[in-house]
Design a protein around this ligand. Structure first.
Ligand code: ADP
Length: 368
């Protein structure tokens, strides 16, 4: 084998994609790395790429502004081609979209005439995907910080106003500031705002636990009815304040499930808090039911409801439905609920129509 033949084998076996072009832009040969990169079937390479395909007039490269660069490469210039997302399907060839950059240089004879042009490719899809993921993560983090700051500021502003008012009354020697009624009112308001901030911070902590795989459940056999009753009891003052009647229906005193008491309380608290926010002053109906393998908890309100097309996405991170944006919240509560229920091998979903109230259904496996 002479050195020229060996050189051809070197090109064929080079670990980077090489496409050999005539000065007219016809593909004369491609090496194995090119075949591996594009995954184009051999018959299409033989009957299309090596025959009729003209890289300088590829409509996709034309549309992405790359074709003029290729034409410059064909005229003998050394050209660096910036990365583009090439979608083989758009050229009628089967294959996955790829981020590819390129480099073109001419092979000249001793007189300086162009013999052939070499076009090499670099697949940077993995790097691009990693970069895009990083960018998205940074945007999501910035959005998260901005939503959290906004939501945390609201209760703080409200407390600050209360203290400013109290300060003003003190300055004016207004005795009312010391009256039992005023002090009680202020303590009550401050407590409500502190509760709200605590809830928001807890949600933020849970999100970070979910993201780092640290949202762990301490599963024990427990009575779901007891958990429901205790959670409702904790909210009794708020129900009175919001004129909300609670009706609970169950045919047994015991509904044994294997669950994390604290986390199940959190799920029920979230459904209650949402009913207070989105169905204020309207009755709530809770139903416990034993199925053959699960305990089913239905939580039905008569509030603003949710459009059918939004029913699934309310369980996503940061998902808030437009009609409810005048009510405060991070849009994280239901996402966290779903993560908790998933870790109980259970299911949670919502049934609703806009303006006709919402029913949340929670199903967790019966303890055996
Ligand atoms: P948040 O209430 O903090 O926005 P959630 O994750 O708890 O977040 O709820 C997501 C969205 O689902 C809410 O913003 C609201 O649009 C909708 N939603 C939740 N519960 C109800 C309900 N009971 N009635 C109507 N809409 C609800």
């Amino acid at each position: 084998m002479n050195s020229l033949e060996r050189f051809r084998i070197h090109l064929e076996q080079a670990p980077f994609s090489i496409q050999l072009l005539s000065p007219e832009g016809q593909t004369l040969a491609v090496n194995q790395a090119w075949r591996d990169l594009w995954g184009i079937p051999e018959d299409i390479i033989q009957n299309f790429i090596l025959k009729d395909y003209r890289v300088a007039y590829d409509p996709q490269l034309e549309a992405k502004g790359i074709a003029p660069l290729i034409r410059r490469g064909l005229s003998g210039e050394i050209v660096e081609i910036p990365a583009i997302l090439y979608v083989p399907n758009d050229t009628g060839i089967k294959g996955d979209p790829k981020w590819v950059s390129g480099f073109m240089y001419p092979v000249k004879d001793s007189e300086g005439g162009i013999l052939e042009i070499i076009l090499t490719h670099r697949d940077i899809t993995k790097t691009r995907i990693a970069e895009d993921e990083l960018k998205n993560a940074i945007t999501a983090r910035d959005e998260f910080i901005s939503i959290c700051s906004h939501e945390l500021k609201t209760p703080l502003t409200s407390m600050k106003l209360q203290f400013d008012l109290a300060g003003k009354m003190l300055d004016e020697n207004n005795d009312k500031v010391f009256s039992k009624e005023t002090v009680e009112k202020r303590i009550h308001m401050a407590n409500r705002q502190l509760d709200r901030m605590t809830r928001l911070i807890d949600e933020m902590l849970d999100i970070s636990r979910i993201n780092t795989g640290k949202l762990q459940m301490d599963l024990q056999v427990l009575n779901l009815k007891e958990v429901v009753d205790e959670t409702l009891y904790r909210f009794s003052e708020q129900f009175i304040l919001h004129h909300q009647d609670i009706h609970i229906e169950s045919s047994s005193d015991t509904y044994s499930v294997k669950g994390d008491r604290f986390r199940l309380e959190q799920v029920i608290s979230n459904l209650i808090t949402n009913s207070l926010k989105y169905a204020a002053n309207k009755p709530v109906f809770i139903k416990l039911q034993k199925n053959s393998e699960t305990v089913r908890l239905e939580f039905r309100d008569q509030g603003i409801g949710i459009a059918e097309e939004d029913l699934e996405r309310i369980f996503n991170r940061f998902e808030r439905i437009n009609s409810a944006t005048n009510v405060s919240g991070l849009g994280l509560g239901l996402y966290i609920c779903k993560q908790i229920v998933d870790r109980h091998q259970g299911k949670i979903w919502a049934e609703s129509k806009l303006g006709q109230g919402t029913t949340f259904v929670l199903e967790v496996p019966l303890a055996d």
